[in-house]
Ligand binder design. Sequence first.
Ligand SMILES: [Zn+2]
Length: 172
Amino acid sequence: MEKRASAPRVRRAAESAKSGAVYVTTPAGADLNGCPLHDLRRKLSEAGLRPTRQRLRLGWLLFGGGDRHVTAERLYEEAIAARAPISLATVYNTLNQFTSAGLLKEVTVDGAKTYFDTNLADHQHFVVDDETHMLTDLPKELIDFSRLPEPPEGWEIARVDVMIRLRRKPQQ
Ligand SMILES: [Zn+2]
């Protein structure tokens, strides 16, 4: 079972119902609605990527079910479960191509575990501080930077990445 189901939620219920369960992973191989194949083909073409069968297969798993954070290993497992014969190396290559083309953002946790984020909007993350490293999006309006250091002479701040770490409160 996907542990994501118990991810902390930050959006109001109405909003999340409207946007279609942003934090829920679509089971591998399930029928995906709202992202027809021609939209996916166009998305790839517009990003300058030829819509090969492998890219379409993985794109379908990635973009067909709302925003998500996925590791290469997890996507590989989903592709296998969906009976899509593909190698882990191809999954890595395809994810890197999608990232270079601007279709995904990389999020690294603890400098080791890399997630690929389909949410391209400006946002930050809650991360559960255990081995699951479960990520939840925080829309940028929820964080206010009231004070940032002056960058050194000749430099400017490109962006600020915030990872707010969560742990369960001790039982009473
Ligand atoms: Zn994210």
